[in-house]
Design a protein around this ligand. Structure first.
Ligand SMILES: [Zn+2]
Length: 358
């Protein structure tokens, strides 16, 4: 019998649900508008209805490992409560896990969306060859996830990995979290638009002003296209993005010494224009990076001498490769990991809720 799991990626604008097999093949997917404005119960109804459809369809020829759900918010892994979720009105302090389990009459694993994206990239994406990875997701905000020894690192209660709120400028732009100068204020799509609007207000970017007037959909993507055509203001904006990312990454590399750091999300499509500033900052600020910087020779040596401890290991900073599927696949991976952990030797504190952390 083939095993499969159901992954759910609940975003501020899309609700995506897929049945995924043990090799990571998407058997079927359902995408709908999340319509979060219609309220929490509407979203839960839609989610549970579609989960039931896929579960019924594939249970006939396979066994279901379980259901994993990525949610854009901070989740208390002990209680299944959603603590903060700026993009999901009505979900704050809501016992989402209990309610979904009650509706579906089965256990589910609830997880932060950036954490599941990191797990997806570790399973099938850019980080599939390593056990430890740190991922930054650059979207409307900046999300972060840490996967250590193949498992999501939750910290004490599930709040670990809020990498978007690392301070990159102590006197910088005010952030919604209360701090100033958070990474999110410089490296998200929202931040790219803010920097463009500010350049227009200063009279520095007549090209932007024209484009904004002509195109009501003017977005971070349009600014990237202008940067790709060497528009100097657009290039400066993405240089700022790269600088902020580089400062944050330099600190993380010094602290964590992981083999890989992956950057995904919509803004990562502008990799070509922000990566030079990112790498410049990492080289300038991270002692650990400079001791482990990849060169063509070093990477080749590692490949051919993987088990020789005298061959230096490199720190890789790379683009994510799964696009918007990272979260969906990572969510489906959650119950598979939980099932594998339970079938192995019993840990000291055996628990059915593997999603609650290690
Ligand atoms: Zn912040």
């Amino acid at each position: 019998m083939n095993s499969f799991a159901i992954g759910v990626d609940l975003g501020g604008t899309n609700l995506r649900i897929a049945a995924v097999d043990a090799e990571g093949k998407v058997l079927e997917r359902i995408s709908t508008d999340a319509e979060v404005a219609r309220g929490r119960d509407y979203v839960l109804d839609e989610m549970c209805r579609n989960v039931r459809i896929l579960a019924a369809k594939f249970s006939g020829d396979g066994s279901m490992a379980g259901i994993g759900i990525g949610v854009p918010g901070i989740i208390d892994q002990r209680t299944g409560l959603v603590h903060e979720s700026p993009n999901l009105p009505g979900w704050q302090n809501y016992p989402a896990r209990n309610e979904i389990e009650r509706r579906l009459n089965t256990k589910v694993i609830l997880e932060n969306d950036a954490n599941v994206a990191a797990l997806g990239e570790k399973w099938l994406g850019s980080a599939r060859a390593v056990e430890d990875v740190c991922m930054l997701t650059l979207g409307t905000g900046v999300g972060g996830g840490l996967v250590l020894q193949g498992n999501i690192w939750h910290g004490m209660t599930g709040m670990a990995g809020e990498l978007g709120h690392i301070t990159v400028d102590p006197y910088g732009v005010q952030c919604g979290c209360g701090n100033r100068g958070c990474l999110e204020q410089y490296a998200s799509a929202t931040a790219v638009m803010r920097m463009a609007t500010e350049a227009v207000a200063r009279g520095e970017a007549p090209g932007f002003a024209k484009a904004m007037n002509q195109d009501p959909q003017f977005s971070a993507k349009a600014i990237y296209q202008m940067a790709a055509q060497k528009d100097p203001v657009a290039l400066q904006i993405f240089s700022n993005v790269g600088q902020a990312l580089g400062i944050a990454l330099a600190n993380m590399i010094n602290v964590l010494n992981l083999p890989m750091y992956v950057i995904g999300g919509g803004v990562a499509n502008a990799w070509d224009v922000f990566a030079p500033a990112l790498l410049h900052q990492v080289q300038r600020r991270s002692f650990v990076y400079n001791a482990t910087a990849p060169s063509a020779e070093a990477v080749q040596l590692e490949k051919t001498n993987a088990n020789n401890p005298y061959v230096r290991q490199s720190t890789i900073v790379a683009r994510a490769s799964l696009g918007s599927d990272a979260g969906l696949l990572g969510a489906a991976r959650l119950p598979m990991i939980a099932a594998a952990d339970l079938s192995g030797p019993l840990p000291k504190h055996a628990s059915a809720e593997v999603g609650s952390g290690h």
